[in-house]
Structure formats: C-alpha cells, structure tokens
Ligand binder design. Structure first.
Ligand code: ATP
Ligand code: MG
Length: 243
C-alpha cells in the first residue's frame, strides 16, 4: 500500500511545490514508484517545474468523467518511477475529500508513495486529513511565517483533529536568517508545535534555476544531498540534518 504524504503550509509561496518535486525525484531515484498529485485547481504550476508540458487531461477531467485516471497521469522525463497528476486549470473545479480518497484507493496498490502538493491554507489540507499518513509542514525562516505555521499546526491538531504524523521542513534558509535570531524562533516553533524537524533547505540559485528551467538538481551537489537526506529520514534512517 502506498504511503501518502501531504505537503502543506498556512502561508503561500513557501516552497511546497518545489519540495514535492525534488522529494518525489529523490524517492523515484531510490527506485520507489512515486506520483505527485497537484491539488491547486486553477493555479497549475508543477508541470513547469517537472518539465511536463504535453498535458491533455488533468485531475479535473478525471473527476468530471471526461477521461480515465490513467489518461491524466503524466510521465516525468528521465524518471521511470515518477509520475504526475496535474491540477485542473479551472478555478471553479473543487476537489472533494471523496475525490481524493477515490484517487488514492485506485493508486494505492500501484505506487509506493503518493505525494499531495496542497495549496496553502486550511481548506484543502483538511480534506486530506484522514487520507494522509504524514503531513510535511513547510515554513520559511521569517517570524511571520513561523508564527503562522505554529497557528496552522494548532488548528490542524485541535480543530481538524488530525492525528497523522506531522514533520517540519524549513525552506529558503539564508545565512542572515541563521545569524539573526532564527534558531531562537525555531526552538519556539518546535516547542509550540511539538513538530520534529525533518530538514532545512537553503535559499539558493540551483533550486531557483532548476524550477525555472524544469531541470533536475545535479547529483552530488549539497541541494541534491539535502533532499536525499530528507528521504532517508522519512524512511526511518538516522541521517544527520544537512545545511
Ligand atoms: N529553496 C529555494 N531557493 C530558491 N528559490 C526557491 C526555493 N524554494 C522555492 N523557491 C521559489 O519560490 C517560489 C515559490 O515556490 P513554490 O511555488 O514551490 O511555493 P508554494 O508553497 O508551492 O507556493 P503556493 O502556496 O503558491 O502553492 C518559486 O518561484 C520557487 O522557484
Ligand atoms: Mg504550490
């Protein structure tokens, strides 16, 4: 049965789609059959990051009965084990909990990993609450985002009653943020949320350019190793957090 990951955040633009893409590539690179499901209807973007621009059908077509699920699933160049289910371009397409559940039921026996790339905020996150095995909460090092994440996790736990595991990923880390009180803020969020830190990803040109050009991260670079280390920690290895 597939393990289901939801990549979530309270605030937008923190890097959920970027992390979905590179984590999925790391999983696929380890031979694990992986699919990313993009759920941000009306705001499709992963096709650019994954360089899969020949999309005919998407998740909305499947939900509306215009195609079979398999017709909407896209291959990803250079990765035999990686697939992508693109979001609808229609803002009015509303994915229900039932839609997501049915998709996971169909794909659960085919894949090792299913990754939901969620839009920011509570609405879609709540819809995956009893489908996901683990939530990866993404945060950037600025204090507003950190406070937002703390409130977001509180809401997921206490109002949505999410009981699945949650882990924290810090993205867009800079050396200045490290110097200027980030570590104290980090202690605060870990204390407040009780979330275990899974990884820290630097703010860097290689990730920006890889998204921009739809290219893979180069093997043996620090960023590539960071995503592999996140993968390893997710499968229970005691790998150090790289930075
Ligand atoms: N570590 C990083 N270093 C440099 N740029 C990054 C990094 N992570 C993400 N970005 C850039 O930040 C922007 C937002 O990233 P992304 O689209 O992944 O965020 P998101 O959380 O999925 O946004 P949304 O909430 O709109 O779905 C993109 O331009 C992306 O290239
Ligand atoms: Mg996104």
């Amino acid at each position: 049965m597939a393990k289901i990951f939801s990549i979530a955040s309270g605030k937008g633009g923190v890097g959920k789609s970027t992390i979905s893409c590179h984590l999925a590539k790391s999983m696929a690179g380890h031979g694990e059959k992986t699919i990313i499901i993009e759920t941000d209807c009306g705001l499709r973007g992963l096709d650019i990051i994954l360089n899969t621009d020949q999309i005919v059908y998407d998740i909305g077509d499947f939900i509306s009965g215009n195609c079979e699920l398999v017709d909407a699933i896209q291959p990803v160049e250079d990765f035999d084990h990686l697939h992508f289910l693109p979001a609808s371009t229609n803002f009015k397409q509303n994915l229900s909990h039932n839609d997501l559940f049915k998709i996971c039921e169909s794909l659960g026996d085919v894949y090792d990993n299913i990754i939901f790339d969620l839009p920011s905020g509570y609405a879609m996150t709540a819809k995956t609450k009893d489908i996901s095995d683990i939530f990866l909460i993404v945060v950037t090092p600025d204090p507003v985002c950190i406070r937002n994440a703390s409130m977001f996790v509180d809401f997921l736990r206490n109002d949505c009653k999410i009981s699945a595991q949650m882990r924290l990923i810090v993205n867009k880390m800079t050396s200045n943020a490290l110097k200027k009180g980030f570590v104290e803020n980090m202690d605060y969020i870990i204390d407040q949320t009780g979330l275990q830190l899974l990884g820290i990803i630097p703010y860097c040109e290689s990730i920006m350019l890889s998204n921009f050009l739809g290219k893979h991260l180069k093997k043996r670079t620090l960023t590539h190793k960071i995503f592999d280390a996140i993968h390893d920690r997710l499968i229970g290895k005691n790998t150090k957090i790289l930075i």
